[in-house]
Write a protein that binds this ligand. Sequence first.
Ligand code: PLP
Length: 458
Amino acid sequence: MEVKKIFLPESELPRQWYNIAADMPTPMEPPLHPGTGEPVGPDDLAPIFPMPLIEQEVSQERWIDIPEEVLEKYLYWRPTPLYRAYQLEKHLETPAKIYFKNEGVSPPGSHKPNTALAQAYYNKISGTKRITTETGAGQWGSALSMCCALFGLECKVFMVKISYNQKPYRRIMMETWGAECVASPSTETKAGQKILDQNPDSPGSLGIAISEAVEAAVMDENAKYALGSVLNHVMLHQTVNGLETQKQMAIAGDYPDVVIGCAGGGSNFAGNCLPFVRDKIYGKEIDIIAVEPASCPTMTRGPFAYDFGDTVQMTPLLPMHTLGHGFVPEPIHAGGLRYHGMAPIISQLILDNLIRPVAIHQLETFQAGITFARTEGFISAPETDHAIAVVIQEALKAKEEGKEKAILFNWSGHGLVDMAAYEAYLSGKLADHTLAEEEVKKALEDIASLPRPKQYTG
Ligand SMILES: Cc1ncc(COP(=O)(O)O)c(C=O)c1O
């Protein structure tokens, strides 16, 4: 019997996070203040984030110690297992060896608590009583709700109204962990009220929910705001995953030729791949692939530019691949991949040819998710299906080339609360959408007058 999954003992849980800022060949350009256009300083960020997280955001230290209290609680579900997908390999008749890291074993079912736990901890020790955040389909909101419960913090989640109404189970998970979840736009903030005045039936958007959550934090001296992706400190916390994976690949006696992950704001992808990007910087040959939806092609069709992180233009300007802060993607089921921007770290690594982005249409992703479920058993989140689609492409390529490649991917979450999406696919209700070039050009008009980074690619 061959080894199916590789566990690490708890004693092998990484004790430090890896900060790729220390190894990046091209340093990132700074975020800019939306009013002055000058680089933002710690004081600009202090109303919304606690100081330890602001320090991590700008840190150049290669290794950052994981606090003991965070390690203790990581043990609730970490280290996570690394699997070998034998049945999928057999089904594809490929000589490739396919490995996947199962981040779906966390209590809320995804990688999101890797950073939610750290953010809740640093808020707790900084005196924060309440954390506000936004959530789309609910993976991030539920992860933060659980982590706030574990550290005795209050949590308030602004959930995009259309998801709030259509997907009650994530909301109920948040409430079970003691959080308050309100539909956004709400009447609780000026930003929400403004949108409702314009359109009482607004279905909401991630951009509006971010504005509401930031406003709610700024207006309450006991509250801070938390973001579940994009920012440097979020990428940092997620590396606990990739560091475990490197130890597990060594136990398997293998090393990946290809590393794949889906990318919405970039955090699960970063978490798994950044330690391998480091190896690539120092000479390893690895193809590292970030997968996005063809209907929200931030990395493959968006320029590298300065843009706001939210639609209502409250956040600092970030140097990143973007489709423009006003871009509204098709309502595909992978809600976590419907973001107009991309983490500055991932964006810069794409410019430096260390990461290769690809875009995939929705139907192919669900087909891949079904193949995976019928061979490996697990039902994946629609976001994760994007990674699986490219894993299958790469495995078939290896077959054509007759190469025994090792392909590693990050299984970022399960899809057990996303069954309506599978039902829509299985009953033939989904279609692919081709995004017209004019739509991209139009959305990019929003950023035409913003400052430009040195490596602007528009
Ligand atoms: C399971 C899963 N995978 C991937 C993502 C994409 O986010 P990120 O790119 O930050 O990992 C999400 C976001 O909600 C998610 O829930």
